[in-house]
Write a new protein. Structure first.
Length: 72
């Protein structure tokens, strides 16, 4: 079972990865939000049209992380 330090490390690593992905997205030559802001996988067109910035898998992971750290 993970202790608080492991959870904090995982959280920090995820946040750094997300920040780097956002930076890559902002500086890429590709206009629009065609790629996920976290993993850089292509977002399906129907999902992009709805304004989503994350692919389904990253959105689910983000919601899971938010629920884990909601009490902090």
């Amino acid at each position: 079972m993970a202790d608080d330090a492991d959870i904090a490390n995982d959280y920090i690593n995820n946040e750094v990865s997300r920040a780097l992905a956002r930076l890559r997205q902002a500086t890429s030559a590709t206009p629009g939000l065609k790629f996920c802001a976290e993993c850089e996988e292509e977002i399906p067109e129907a999902r992009r049209k709805l304004g989503f910035k994350l692919c389904v898998q990253c959105a689910e992971e983000s919601e899971r992380r938010n629920s884990l750290f909601a009490n902090y």
